[in-house]
Design a protein around this ligand. Structure first.
Ligand code: PLP
Length: 259
């Protein structure tokens, strides 16, 4: 006997990280923890461990479209979460996919670097996200280094980056995990000028997949119908707990404990 799915479905368009720390595995685990069902469509394969990434390959556009179309034709997609896209062509592919999902919230994690610092796409991919995907996104979740690339302000503050990026997108969450202050300052900006600051205690160590965890948890919360600022708070609190409980199974970064 089949029963309707009570867990909202989130279509994830992200890369695969074989260490299991970031990418689609992070998305699946974080979404399960929110009570959502992840539909993971692969955009790119990476070669990496918990230290850094050594290579990646972006999938053919047709393969990504076919995966997304199969999900859309079958499942009631309640939100779409973007992770690593890897190429400008993949940005256009996502736009084509979103045309089939009018009104569905789009959460954009502008992934350009791996946790260890290696590139997962050229800066041009970030600029294409800004120009093409931000206007159709509900929110983007860059960390400050990513926001500086997207805003083309190499030393810009979060406020300066937000001012440059908000003409492109309705809401922006700039996270502060990559700084060195004792507190982490995460800032949520609305195009209408509203703003919320969420601070938390900085945890020691360096984490692999924290951004993926946050953006996925947020997409799950939005898929469940939570209001934006409250969804951001819930996702930040959840992510902080996954980092507090993180373990280092390899030679490199800690992996968040999402479940
Ligand atoms: N997506 C993929 C496939 C990755 O491999 C990585 C990092 O290695 C990321 C996203 C971003 O990771 P983080 O959440 O640490 O920024």
């Amino acid at each position: 006997m089949s029963a309707p799915c009570s867990r909202p479905v989130v279509l994830c368009l992200s890369g695969h990280d074989p260490s299991g720390g970031a990418g689609l595995q992070a998305d699946i685990e974080a979404l399960m923890a929110q009570g959502c069902h992840a539909a993971p469509a692969v955009t790119a394969l990476t070669v990496q461990d918990t230290v850094d990434v050594s290579d990646f390959r972006v999938l053919d556009r047709d393969w990504v479209l076919a995966q997304a179309n199969a999900v859309i034709a079958d499942l009631p997609v309640a939100a779409v979460k973007l992770g690593m896209l890897g190429s400008v062509e993949m940005v256009e592919t996502v736009l084509e996919i979103m045309q089939k999902l009018p009104g569905v919230p789009l959460i954009c994690d502008p992934v350009l670097r791996a946790g260890g610092g290696g590139a997962l796409g050229k800066d041009e991919v970030g600029y294409a996200m800004r120009e093409r995907l931000f206007p159709v996104s509900t929110i983007a979740t860059p960390n400050l280094p990513e926001a500086r690339i997207l805003a083309e302000l190499p030393n810009g503050s979060a406020d300066e980056c937000a001012e440059k990026l908000l003409p492109f997108i309705r809401h922006l969450l700039i996270t502060g995990g990559h700084g060195d202050e004792t507190e982490v300052h995460n800032r949520l900006y609305y195009r209408d000028g509203s703003r919320y600051d969420f601070s938390c205690q900085r945890l020691p160590g360096s984490y692999h997949g924290s951004g993926c965890t946050l953006a996925s948890a947020l997409s799950g919360r939005l898929a469940l119908g939570q209001e934006l600022a409250s969804a951001v708070k819930s996702a930040l609190d959840y992510t902080w707990r996954t980092l507090r409980d993180a373990e280092a199974p390899g030679r490199g970064q800690y992996i968040p404990r999402r479940l």
